[in-house]
Design a protein around this ligand. Sequence first.
Ligand SMILES: Cc1ncc(COP(=O)(O)O)c(C=O)c1O
Ligand SMILES: N[C@@H](CCCC[NH3+])C(=O)O
Length: 441
Amino acid sequence: MRLRGTSQFNDQGHLEIGGCDTVELAEQFGTPLYIMDEWMIRQRMREYMQAFQKTGLAFQVAYASKAFSTLAMCRLVAEEGLHLDVVSDGELFTALKAGFPAERIYFHGNNKTREELEMGLDAGIGWFVVDNFNELSMLSSLAYKKGLTARVLLRTTPGVEAHTHTYIQTGQEDSKFGFNLASGQVHKAVERCLQYKGLKVDGFHCHIGSQIFETDGFRLAVQKLVTLSEECRNLFGFQTRILNLGGGFGIRYNEEDRPMSVDQYIFAIAEEIRSGFSEKDIPQVVVEPGRSIVGEAGTTLYRVGTIKQIPGVRKYISVDGGMNDNPRPALYRASYEAILANRTSEQPEETVSVAGKLCESGDMLIWDIDLPHVKSGDLLAVTCTGAYNYSMANNYNRLRRPAVVFVRDGYSDVVVRRESMEDLIKNDRIPNRLLTPNGQC
Ligand SMILES: Cc1ncc(COP(=O)(O)O)c(C=O)c1O
Ligand SMILES: N[C@@H](CCCC[NH3+])C(=O)O
């Protein structure tokens, strides 16, 4: 298995991340445990910033917080000088509570509520990425009433089908996201923006999908937005100042995955931008990577419990988490790698399948993985779980969501504490009619 970031095997044969022995982390913080390699997260953010610096274009890198949103993560993003993409009042709240500069925030969403729009306006966020006509008129009247001007990007569906799982494709025409480009909806939206009060439209956004391994889709999307920009200049005298190309840059979950380097993705986009616009018209370029910032920096540590050999069928090893902390295998058939964190020097001896502990047959984390002879009590480290794991975690079967620990230079800090039993019931209420006459349960 490939070691990433600061991961290494120490003299005791244990997996170490950020200078911390994972066996000790498991003892100290319990399992399941999300471990985030802080150095690697920072490194990935810097790779994007440096790649753009090399292109000479005006740019912004906006981290897509849906991949992993916590107070500490928002702080890292702020410190590294990136912008932030939020997609709900909850993500916006988290960013603001972390002290993230509001003017560096993009607010997404295909069904933003009035309250969400007001929250964004009141906070003074940078841009609303407007998805539809309802939102456009609601935002205009709210901003106007407040005496504000909302800066807007129009989300387009450019009709580009990214080569990825259909559930994480977003740029194709038949999509719930954005204004349809081919049918002229985007042009109409630009026209309305220019008529409506309280709005200042800066440009266009598209996001073609996630976990993309090639640059053709991004190039095609740029070409479509270049054409759109030309058309809107001719029709309305509108000058595109910002082009936001979304995220979707792939990562290496396992050996079969072949992502391109950050430089390759960004250079391809930059090349297409330069060939599409004349020098004086080149807009500021924005990308919104999520997975590729945090995905490979995350490792989930589980304790092995039950081991079940079904003769002639397969051997299941069960761990103390599952689809509640990582729903991606069940949702997308996503595949992961793992090692025994407490016995890294031992060679693989058997093929096993890793099951979660939830009450679903589909609650499988890994099918058919070669590991040393697994024993109950071993620690299993599943790699590449930094994106869309904690952020999609849930309490199915009333399991508690794991803690999240940032590790760096031998220090480990809990950035999200493990949920308690009390957390599970803190919003529950028993109605009076279910209480006995003397008020007891
Ligand atoms: C609008 C938008 N921007 C950015 C992202 C981040 O994508 P990824 O995590 O694949 O980089 C997404 C999610 O796919 C998205 O919907
Ligand atoms: N949640 C998805 C990605 C969707 C991103 C949002 N547009 C995943 O785990 O891969």
